[in-house]
Design a binder for this molecule. Structure first.
Ligand code: KIV
Ligand code: NA
Length: 263
């Protein structure tokens, strides 16, 4: 069902939320068939589809195009689309970008990376009726400045991340992605917030998990990240691999300790 209230209810009832990226119609179709609860049109498409080094070259036109393809074959599940790098540089640009993702792409929610910097945009979007997903921890759009590394390991950084998470929720965010943070910190944030928290490389105690389509099926271009798992290794079809991913998230068999990014 394409409603936020269903996702909120899942958090309250402790049913894990299975989220998967999708960038085009067939991925959306088979993701939905496998029973995912949320489809994310991530700007990771810059790397896994377009072949770039990182997500920075992805344009708003690209995001609209891929969201359109996904939504043509998704009539059932909540769809989140990323605001690409720099589309959130100021509030009016962010509003214009979200407008296109919602009106042309038919996204249900937009995702923005970062904490304090994006609070006014999150508030403005929420006031206009646009559901917003936050994204804290490792921020791929800040890779040039900070690299790819586990975030929130030190006490001060952990406290800042928790403060940012609370501020995002208070500004109206309805969901939060935590990427590559210690499992214990992810648990603290998940317990503290009333909105669903979806983890990637953040341990098993978040309200749900997200993985990139290519990582689930062993199609990563290069070395797979530590938090990923190739579900096709023990499955006889793409469909069973996707269904296994969903089942393993639901039963907390994924992620295992070998997929955590450290305590
Ligand atoms: O772009 C993406 O796929 C993402 C997820 C990894 C959370 O932002
Ligand atoms: Na992203």
């Amino acid at each position: 069902m394409k409603t936020l209230s269903k996702l909120r209810k899942m958090k309250v009832e402790g049913e894990k939320i299975a989220c998967l990226t999708a960038y085009e119609a067939s991925q959306a179709y088979w993701g939905v068939e496998a029973g995912v609860d949320v489809l994310l049109v991530g700007d990771s498409l810059g790397m896994v589809v377009q072949g770039h080094e990182n997500t920075l070259p992805v344009s708003l036109d690209d995001m609209v195009y891929h969201t359109q393809m996904v939504q043509r074959k998704n009539h059932q599940v909540w769809c989140v689309a990323d605001l690409p790098f720099m589309a959130d540089a100021d509030v009016s640009q962010g509003l214009a970008a979200a407008s296109r993702l919602m009106k042309e792409g038919l996204a249900n929610m937009v995702k923005v990376e970062g904490g304090k910097r994006v609070l006014s945009l999150v508030r403005a979007l929420t006031d206009l009726g646009v559901p917003v997903c936050g994204h804290l921890g490792l921020l791929p759009q800040s890779v040039q400045l900070k690299g790819y590394q586990v975030a929130g390991r030190e006490k001060q950084a952990a406290q800042k991340l928790l403060d940012d998470a609370i501020a995002l929720q208070e500004s109206g965010a309805e969901m939060l992605v935590l990427e590559c943070v210690p499992a214990s910190l992810a648990k603290t944030v998940t317990d503290r917030l009333s909105i669903p928290v979806i983890g990637i490389g953040a341990g098993v105690d978040t309200d749900g998990q997200v993985l990139v389509w290519h990582d689930v099926l062993g199609l990563t271009l290069g070395k797979a990240p530590k938090f990923a798992k190739n579900f096709l290794q023990e499955a006889d079809s793409v469909q069973t691999a996707l269904a296994q991913y969903v089942a393993d998230v639901k039963h907390q068999r994924f992620p295992g300790p070998e997929h955590w990014m450290g305590e």
